[in-house]
Design a protein around this ligand. Sequence first.
Ligand code: SER
Length: 318
Amino acid sequence: MKNVLIIGSTGQIGTELTLELRKHCKGGNIVAGYIPGAEPKGELLETGPAEITDIMNDRQIAGVVSRYKIDTIYNLAALLSAVAEAKPQMAWKVGMDGLFNVLEVAREYGCAVFTPSSIGVFGDNTPKDRTPQDTIRNPRTMYGVTKVGGELLSDYYHIRFGVDTRSVRFPGLVSYLAPPGGGTTDYAVDIYRAAVAGRRFECPIAAGTFMDMMYMPDALRAAIRLMEADPDRLIHRNAFNVTAMSFDPEIIFENIRQYVPDFDMGYRVDPLRQAIADSWPNSLDDTCAREEWGWQPEYDLDAMTRDMLSKLQARIRV
Ligand code: SER
């Protein structure tokens, strides 16, 4: 990885991944791709090139890839699960037509492609506990449909055209910089913001609902490490189960209360998000990622809570 294009660089993952890649890949161009209305600002704008790359415009993507001699594309454009249910047609366009554009450009210019998949590929009759790598993928959400379709299409491009496609099934990602927006796991970000702001938190997900989660620094390491992994060791490609922790709202609430004793939480369950959460695994088995490319998370719930609270408090002070 030397010259990298990040499509969706101003989103939740893109903001941090772009900065991390600029530290990690010295001497190359790490291009922040964005769409009008979501321009990069501050450090993201100041530390490297930025170009308009609308995922719906394959010639625009090809122009940037050719100009910067891009060898790796991180395709991060997506609508998260709850938004995708509100706008299923748009979710298909971005998730499937957009991915098709990226894969075609990658085929033409010989680029590797990373496209995040998700726990959203699983559905009601997938085994819920320690969900295996290779198992039933039958989501009933448009988000899940596009993620399963994306996994299949990415594998197809690898097998048929030799495009170096790789992916992980991210769980809920917790971060303090850019907000996620419209996901089912977002409560695990919002709860920290409420705790630091001194607000009571109304949780949209019911007590007892377990989902996999991961702190953003681990997610960034996963995305970078997988793309640098020895291809000869990869039995799987699209996409690897990865996880760092699994908890329900009560567990994260109690963990935060150790550091913010006055913090208060009640429940106002959102039926749409709850139905999506109920269809997702309680916990993933990520043995294949550990064995095939050395995946190893660093943050557990308590380490994440301490870091989130201190980073959010520091931002409030600034
Ligand atoms: N975080 C995503 C969502 O909740 C799942 O991959 O939509």
